[in-house]
Design a protein. Structure first.
Length: 132
């Protein structure tokens, strides 16, 4: 009982609501989310590969699902997740080398991560539309 009252009277650590929401914070959160999306997205690739190995009937079914508007939207989201996560990984690698910790550089790298991820995803989407 005394432990519970003592724990309740202790100050809490700062929470996200205490801090002003900034781009570098958002990119950190999005980097973690894209990692999770990629983890789940591997199931989509595995299903496609298993369908291809299972014969033309199964492949046609799965490919039909992936060619639908919802399937294409999910695949586009996975492409964006992959590109965004890769660029974020490069940003983390730069930090591992000891560079880019000042506020101005960190903000620029976060903005570059966002813009380059969207632009490269657009390039992939246009290329997929033209060549598919």
């Amino acid at each position: 009982m005394a432990d519970a009252r003592l724990a309740a009277s202790r100050p809490l650590s700062p929470h996200l609501q205490v801090f002003r929401f900034i781009l570098t914070m958002a990119m950190s959160i999005v980097h973690r989310m894209t990692g999770g999306f990629l983890y789940v997205g591997t199931v989509f690739v595995a299903v496609w590969l298993v369908a291809a190995a299972s014969g033309p009937e199964w492949f046609a079914r799965v490919d039909g699902l992936y060619q639908s508007w919802l399937g294409r939207l999910i695949l586009l989201g996975l492409v964006w997740s992959l590109i965004h996560h890769a660029i974020g990984g490069i940003r983390h690698f730069i930090w591992d080398l000891g560079y880019g910790f000042d506020k101005k550089t960190a903000d620029r790298m976060a903005l570059f991560n966002l813009v380059a991820g969207l632009l490269l995803t657009g390039v992939v989407a246009v290329a997929a539309f033209i060549f598919a």
